[in-house]
Design a protein around this ligand. Structure first.
Ligand code: ZN
Length: 242
């Protein structure tokens, strides 16, 4: 019959797998709560909003140019119509009235053309502003997407490793037939927040779990542990492989 003690090396192997599982879980948690990715995503959201604002500003400026053009065309149409009426002739009073109307409209057209030029200048400025800012906004978007993709790829890798290690853990645990020993291991391992070293090697008078160098009396007592019992560190209670 195998004694508990002879199962300790297998327990060490199990613990190595459990430690690797914990490392994967900790890394996954770290990735899921990454402030770096969160900050990049916040910047991306701002960049998207800024890009929308720039698009809207360009659209408004283009609308204003079209509006100004339409006003010029409309005034010119009235001038052309009045010019035709003037050419058609009539009483001198009528003709003077039409002439005056044409002068008024011509002054209006000049102001409208001035406004049209200003609208075109403004539209150019707004478009240039968007051209300048767009690469930065696209870069912020791309950087955030890349960071998320990288994080998700690592999470997928961790999930695969976790599944593989869990299967290995189950295999190793079921190979240890001493269930009280397994329970003792789990208890030690999960004490005080978990992830503790439950089994370690005892080498050069030192506990491999807590690093304590045993006093000569403790060392002598440990080394005299009967074969039927499990040697245990007097400091951290870890089971020791002598
Ligand atoms: Zn110890």
């Amino acid at each position: 019959m195998t004694t508990s003690r002879s199962s300790l090396p297998a327990l060490l192997e199990l613990q190595a797998v459990d430690s690797r599982l914990l490392t994967r879980l900790a890394r996954a948690k770290e990735l899921q709560t990454s402030e770096h990715v969160a900050a990049l995503m916040a910047r991306r959201t701002q960049a998207i909003a800024a890009a929308r604002e720039l698009d809207a500003a360009v659209g408004q400026a283009q609308d204003a140019v079209q509006q100004a053009e339409a006003t010029v065309v409309e005034i010119q149409t009235r001038i052309d119509r009045d010019t035709e009426r003037l050419n058609a002739g009539g009483t001198s009073k009528d003709l003077m009235g039409i002439q005056h109307q044409i002068e008024t409209l011509t002054a209006q057209r000049e102001r409208a053309e001035e406004a049209q030029l200003q609208a075109m200048d403004h539209a150019e400025e707004v478009a240039a502003d968007r051209e300048r800012k767009q690469p930065l906004l696209r870069a912020a978007d791309a950087e955030a997407r890349a960071a998320v993709a990288e994080r998700d790829a690592e999470l997928a890798r961790l999930k695969e490793e976790h599944a593989r290690l869990t299967a290995e853990r189950d295999r190793r645990a079921s190979a240890i037939t001493d269930s009280p020993l397994l329970r003792r291991y789990d208890r030690l391992r999960n004490a005080r927040g978990g992830g503790r070293i439950a089994v370690a090697r005892y080498e050069n008078g030192t506990c491999g779990a807590c690093g304590t160098r045993l006093s000569p009396a403790d060392a002598a007592a440990l080394e005299a542990t009967p074969d039927t019992a499990i040697p245990q560190c007097p400091e951290c209670s870890a089971m020791l492989v002598l």
